[in-house]
Design a protein around this ligand. Structure first.
Ligand code: TA6
Length: 289
């Protein structure tokens, strides 16, 4: 369907009533609503909806580079391109899920900025209480290439100062705010009282984002993307971002599935496959709450 911003999108439904919306622009999930129609992802109140600018919110796909750790523009170019529906998707599992398969193929134009031929696929699958993204990168070139990759999950939170992240304790991390030096996490859970921009390395499969006020926990499970970035710009940086409302930082937290410490190397014809699942666990037992 065509969104009010003129951008084509696919809307996924599932029997329990939750929905997800995926833009062909950027292959970007732009909404995930539970059966009570609550938006579970964060979308900036001042997000650009004008290609080729990136849309601040939902789940941007960062490929072939995460962050500014390389020669390309920040977070690569996949989020700034129009993808298509994949004409020959991999077979679907026979369960009652709602899926869409998107494809971004390199063009001659792209090879000017990044001299490699590739096919980037993304399957988005919605089921009750769960949103699964399966990215794949195939090297369709005659020479090897390596890339870094991220699914940047802008999560909606009630109040960032009331949120805890569990599953990253004792891990090493690169701190983007301190000359990318390597540190070790000492806390038994991460809480937030200022700007944070860390790449945790070799994380466990499961990371939990606990939002007390909303009485909900979002669980991130990931494979093929060993690292996790935790980012919140806080007030000063938020004011510098024109496409982020000055107070929006209080309502968002990025907990991303990332392959950044060790770039992924693909030989010709090889394919890399990642997977992330976002699940919602509502601790409010009375469904009306
Ligand atoms: O978390 C990594 C990072 O590069 C931050 O330093 C910050 O710049 C953030 O991503 C936002 O990037 P974007 O291009 O989406 O504004």
């Amino acid at each position: 369907v065509q969104g009010s911003d003129g951008l084509a999108k696919v809307i996924l439904h599932e029997p329990a009533g939750s929905t997800a919306e995926v833009l062909l622009y950027g292959g970007q999930v732009i909404s995930w609503k539970n059966q009570r129609r609550e938006e579970l992802l964060f979308i900036s109140s001042k997000a650009f909806r004008k290609p080729p600018k990136a849309i601040r919110g939902g789940i941007p796909v960062c490929f072939p580079q995460f962050g500014n750790l390389g020669a390309l523009e920040q977070h690569g170019f996949a989020r700034n391109k129009f993808w298509s529906l994949d004409p020959d998707p991999a077979p679907l599992p026979p369960t009652n899920q709602s899926s869409v398969d998107l494809l971004l193929k390199s063009t001659d134009q792209d090879t000017k900025t990044w001299p490699h031929s590739f096919e980037l696929r993304l399957r988005v699958t919605l089921s009750a209480g769960k949103l699964t993204l399966i990215p794949r990168v195939r090297n369709t070139d005659s020479k090897p290439f390596s890339f870094t990759f991220a699914l940047r999950n802008y999560l909606s939170v009630s109040d960032i100062s009331e949120v805890r992240v569990e599953g990253l304790e004792t891990l090493d991390y690169f701190d983007n705010l301190n000359r990318k030096e390597r540190f070790t996490e000492q806390a038994d859970a991460i809480t937030f009282d200022g700007e944070i921009d860390r790449a945790y390395l070799n994380t466990p499969t499961k990371i939990a984002v606990i939002d007390h006020e909303k009485k909900r926990t979002i669980v991130l499970r990931k494979e093929g993307m060993p690292d996790a970035v935790v980012w919140n710009p806080w007030d000063k940086k938020a004011k510098q971002l024109v496409d982020l409302g000055d107070e929006d930082y209080q309502k968002m937290l990025c907990v991303d599935s990332v392959a950044v410490e060790t770039p992924i190397l693909l030989k010709p014809c090889e394919e890399w496959k990642g997977r992330q699942e976002l699940s919602i666990i509502s601790s409010s037992y009375c469904s009306g709450q």
